[in-house]
Design a protein around this ligand. Structure first.
Ligand code: HAM
Length: 419
């Protein structure tokens, strides 16, 4: 049957059968980050357009080409958030969250919007999990965050990935570099694509974000950045810390990241199984962002991870979060369905809630063996059988589907009977 309405291009539904992996990942992520001392921050999907153009930069692809921007009824220009760092900085300033002067660890999980050309691993609505560490000036905190990334990925089941690292130096280093780059690209201007010509006039560093094949030979020949002594020292500290923590890194002198607010160390984690869109997560230091939004200088470092991409990589690496969800699924074979059994099933449902299980309760009339076949088919971890005898005794039969072990338990004790 042809359906009349479909989801907007590049924006996907997550339906039962797929959503379990999302739920497990989100649950595990929250446990990890909360354990590490991060607190969640939630901000609206819409922000004023200027917040993003100021912080991410006019010449960035995101601001220049990809934002969902519209005028609201009051004539204000609003934008669906393409990322969270600017929104977090805005909220932190608005609510004076840095008043204590203490290092502040924030995290978020939510949907972002970028009007990119959809392809595998690239959506127009996608989800990010991200962290922002605020009130930090030590370069070691950059390294600590990368170690956290390694431990987080291991916690969710991913051990093979590559960390790419670069340092954007001090403000002066970047100024000198921008002049050098402008000189170089001006000499090759005629060969650059129209977007790069625009970047050259607005912010020459953004030329490194170009994906056009014809520009690549020129970009490869562009000079690398020279770091001042001070920046070099910091960068070496970061690399040493990572070596000692056992995190191998690949230095990428041309990794400049597609957003203007970065000021020092920047990094990207890539993994196999993503095809062309291989960046799983990315981040770096952004010590100037708060000031550019009218606040004080705040030392800050963070990263954001693409949730859809992580799920794809975990799938490609045979880590099945869905299996974990299914283990927690309890199929209830309700062989008794008289109205007098309502209260029995209500108590049973509450027992599943207490035990944090996922219930699939079937009162469909069919034989026990057909019920169990169905439980197998949906790969439930357990079956709970409610036959006449069980019902009259206030009991259920609990079957562990993998081992086949079956026990009789009192309904009042069901919540603690799962192995
Ligand atoms: P970003 O590199 O623009 O950085 O995005 C981070 C991650 O979001 C990417 O590595 C990718 O996994 C995912 N992502 C980006 N665009 C898409 C898309 N169209 N479809 C699917 N996934 C996508 C930021 O957003 C910065 N705010 C990161 C940061 C936080 N820097 C400091 N703190």
């Amino acid at each position: 049957m042809d359906v009349k309405y479909q989801s907007v291009k590049g924006m996907n539904d997550v339906v039962p059968g797929e959503v379990e992996a999302w739920q497990i990942l989100e649950y595990k992520t929250r446990r990890f980050l909360e354990g590490y001392g991060f607190r969640e921050i939630r901000t609206p999907l819409l922000e004023s357009t200027e917040l993003f153009s100021r912080s991410i930069g006019e010449a960035s692809d995101i601001v220049h080409k990809e934002m969902y921007t519209f005028e609201d009824r009051g004539g204000r220009s609003l934008t669906l958030r393409p990322e969270m760092t600017a929104a977090v900085a805005r909220a932190v300033l608005e609510h004076h969250l840095l008043r204590s002067g203490e290092p502040t660890h924030l995290y978020y999980w939510g949907s972002m919007y970028r009007a990119e050309r959809p392809q595998a691993g690239r959506q127009r609505e996608f989800h990010q999990m991200g962290t922002e560490v605020l009130n930090t000036d030590s370069p070691l905190d950059d390294a600590r965050l990368i170690v956290l990334v390694r431990d987080y990925l291991a916690w969710v089941g991913l051990s093979r990935f590559t960390v790419r690292l670069n340092n954007l130096g001090t403000a002066e280093d970047r100024e000198i570099y921008a002049r050098k780059l402008a000189e170089f690209f001006n000499a090759h201007q005629a060969q650059l694509c129209p977007d790069c010509q625009y970047r050259l006039s607005k912010n020459v560093l953004r030329i490194f974000d170009c994906k056009v094949a014809e520009c690549q030979p020129i970009i490869t020949k562009a000079p690398d950045m020279e770091l001042s002594k001070e920046a070099k020292k910091d960068f070496e500290k970061i690399q040493l810390f990572l070596r000692e923590a056992g995190v191998p890194v690949r230095l990428e002198p041309k990794l400049v990241r597609g957003l203007d607010y970065y000021t020092g160390c920047v990094f990207e984690v890539t993994a196999e199984g993503l095809g062309a869109q291989d960046a799983l997560l990315a981040g770096g230091r952004y010590d100037g962002l708060f000031q550019s939004l009218g606040g004080p200088r705040v030392g800050a470092v963070g990263f954001a991870l693409g949730v859809e991409r992580l799920l794809a990589v975990l799938g490609a690496h045979q880590v099945s979060l869905r299996d974990e969800a299914l283990k927690q699924t309890v199929y209830v074979a309700g062989l008794v369905s008289a109205p007098s059994s309502d209260d029995f099933y209500r108590q049973l449902r509450n027992a599943l809630v207490s035990a944090r299980k996922r219930g699939v309760i079937s009162l469909v009339e069919r034989s026990l063996s057909n019920h169990l076949k169905h439980a197998n088919k949906i790969q439930a971890g357990y079956a709970v059988i409610v036959g006449e005898e069980e019902f009259h005794k206030g009991e259920v039969t609990l079957k562990h589907m993998v081992s086949g072990i079956q026990t009789r338990v009192k309904l009042t004790e069901l919540a603690s009977a799962f192995i």
